[in-house]
Design a protein around this ligand. Structure first.
Ligand code: F1X
Length: 506
């Protein structure tokens, strides 16, 4: 049993326990490094011992002071919740109907109770049955694996997801505010503040220029690969909170986006620590009229980058269908819901978000927006929101807990998971060694019959790191503390899966 994985934590606040000095004279001596290695060899746990409270490698938990879990559970989540309460007051102050006001005040009381539970580090109670389809999934998982656990000693991933489901409960129990999204205002802002990058992309991609028409088959293939290679990086860095990579582009950089210059590729790629881009480009550019799925991350600017990318996949003939998987409820602040999806597409066509934009810029954005709405009408683009994406389960449990979704994904030529949270869920958010091969780190989603090819496009913003060459992470640990949460580094990882085989369910 690992010292970091289990903790009889009984502290009454969301703060880490203070240090206590114990007399350890009668206990066995500390293990030597060589002996510790033997203990580490008991991981990964054998599949029958893996469960949501016991990931394959030790879980990150809120009381681990060295991890981002600690800062998130102790500081980030209460701050996010405080801002959510401010947002609701803002709405309340603009409301005129008494019944709706009183109903919203009850939502605020429930939000305050949640804040009390979070800051008082309460035990995780079942979700109140609000009639939603995910209740059984949530309460079964709490009863089976987290009875008696609290916000700080449950695995970070579960405790954090649970907080967002409790946030939903504050509104789903109301009469008038069931669909209220406390994060909607912020999500809209991220798009309207990214004007420069938005127009750089819209002006380049609004007219589907036939770059390839004059080329022979071999040259065409090479060019396709190079454009794919670079556009994938635009989609990847769209996930970074630091959007400078795109915003700082000069005219020269923009031209380079479609150039074949090897130096340029090398320069933009140096921060991608685990890099399967070439294998991905080889695989994707061989697809013709296929289907690619995106498991989306953030609304606003990141979603816009995803749509530009998906548009190119259609225009190039690689895909005839793209399926976007979003969230059913407001989730982890900025994740895409159907409201955010509709808002973005309509804003591109009808919005006045960019007062300083030129007519040409506005036209290019409108052209994109109209084309994207047309894809939706024709069924080339589909937005779906399976309830499984908003549970506390990681994607190791997708095959067993959402077999319908596994079956659906198994028909895809490629499933692209965007962002840090999806990467945590793919890899069980645990202490896997950094050089663990990606297919091994994602378990059943790589190894089950019918598993689709899976790609993770993730800028690194939290503790779990896999799929990078040995020694690279260790060197960064020494030289650049904080590298795992800076968003400066990234991974592009590919698992081939077992496509073409019929999925098997017990
Ligand atoms: O998923 P994203 O948008 O790339 O990253 C979101 C993030 O900042 O918040 C998550 C939860 O606290 C972390 O996984 C991650 O650090």
């Amino acid at each position: 049993m690992s010292g970091t994985d289990n903790h009889p934590n009984k502290q009454a606040s969301a703060k880490a326990p203070s240090k206590t000095v114990l007399n350890l004279g009668n206990l066995p001596p500390k293990m030597k490094a060589s002996e510790l290695k033997t203990a580490a060899a008991s991981y990964p746990r054998t599949p029958s011992r893996v469960n949501p409270n016991q990931p394959p490698w030790p879980a990150y938990r809120g009381y681990h002071e060295y991890s981002f879990a600690h800062a998130t559970m102790g500081v980030r989540l209460p701050t996010i919740l405080g801002k959510a309460i401010d947002d609701v007051w803002k709405t309340l102050n603009q409301e005129t109907e008494e019944e709706r006001i009183v109903d919203l005040i009850n939502c605020i009381h429930r939000l305050e109770d949640l804040m009390g539970d979070l800051q008082g580090n309460s035990k995780l109670r079942p979700i109140v049955d609000d009639g939603a389809g995910d209740i059984a999934l949530w309460n079964k998982e709490i009863a089976k694996f987290f009875r008696g656990k609290d916000f700080m000693n449950a695995p970070w991933l579960f405790a954090e997801a649970y907080k967002y489901r409790r946030l939903r409960e504050c509104f789903s129990l109301s009469k008038y505010w069931v669909d209220y999204d406390v994060f909607f205002r912020q999500k809209c802002d991220t798009f309207s503040r990214s004007n420069q990058a938005v127009f750089e992309l819209s002006q380049r991609f609004s007219q589907p220029h036939d770059l390839l028409a004059s080329l022979g088959p071999e040259e065409k293939k090479e060019k396709l690969k190079l454009v794919f290679h670079e556009l994938t990086q635009v989609c990847l860095w769209g996930n970074s909170t630091d959007l400078s990579l795109l915003i700082d582009m000069t005219e020269e950089d923009i031209r380079k986006l479609q150039s074949t210059g090897g130096d340029h590729l090398a320069a933009t790629e140096k921060n991608i620590l685990g890099n399967d881009l070439r294998a991905l480009a080889d695989y994707v550019t061989d697809i013709k009229g296929g289907r690619i799925d995106f498991v989306l991350d953030n609304a606003g600017f990141e979603l816009y980058c995803d749509l530009v990318y998906a548009d190119w996949l259609i225009q190039s003939g690689i895909c005839s269908e793209v399926i976007f998987h979003g969230k059913k409820i407001p989730w982890f602040v900025s994740d895409v819901t159907k409201f955010d999806w509709n808002w973005l597409l309509n804003s591109c066509v009808y919005g006045q978000l960019f007062p300083d934009a030129s007519d040409a810029e506005i036209d290019s954005l409108r052209t994109l927006g109209n084309r994207w709405k047309q894809y939706e009408k024709e069924g080339k683009w589909k937005y779906e929101a399976h309830p499984f994406w908003c549970t506390g389960y990681t994607f190791w449990d997708l095959h067993s807990e959402a077999p319908d979704l596994f079956q659906h994904l198994s028909d895809s030529d490629l499933v692209i998971f965007k962002g840090d949270l999806n990467h945590r869920k793919l890899t069980y958010d645990c202490h896997a060694p950094m050089d663990t091969k990606f297919p091994m780190a994602i378990g059943p989603l790589a190894s089950e019959a019918g598993a689709p090819p899976v790609c993770s496009l993730r800028t690194i913003k939290s503790d779990v790191v896999v799929g990078i060459p040995s020694g690279v992470g260790e060197k960064l640990d020494e030289e650049e503390p904080g590298w795992k949460i800076s968003g400066k580094y990234a991974v592009v990882l590919l698992s081939p899966g077992r496509p073409g085989e019929a999925p098997q369910f017990a």
